[in-house]
Design a protein around this ligand. Structure first.
Ligand code: SF4
Ligand code: SF4
Length: 87
């Protein structure tokens, strides 16, 4: 499927460990990317500064669901299931 324009769920819910312009340490899960516009569009789209992880992330029915709320829920659950254990 194609990425739903104006969704931006993965730009908020996912953690990104590589540097993003304005966020040199990347971003934690649940934090809005500084490069996400008010319209939930990537300000770095097609620019070389866009992190490789973002370029390579492909929309899928499983991840994106049928609306933004479903995508946010799926991605939150995924982050929770894959976060490092704390001892
Ligand atoms: S969750 Fe899917 S539809 Fe939403 S911004 Fe990410 S790739 Fe696009
Ligand atoms: S750089 Fe763009 S695609 Fe990547 S998380 Fe930020 S807004 Fe989303």
């Amino acid at each position: 499927m194609k990425c739903r324009s104006g969704c931006g769920a993965c730009c908020i819910a996912l953690s990104i460990s590589s540097p993003i312009p304005g966020m040199p340490e990347g971003k934690p899960a649940g934090v809005r990317c500084l490069q996400l516009s008010a319209e939930n569009l990537c300000l770095l789209y097609r620019k070389p500064e866009r992190p490789a992880v973002c370029v390579n992330l492909k929309a899928s029915r499983q991840m994106c669901g049928s609306n933004r709320g479903e995508a946010l829920q799926y991605l939150r659950d995924l982050e929770e299931a894959t976060k490092p254990a704390s001892f």
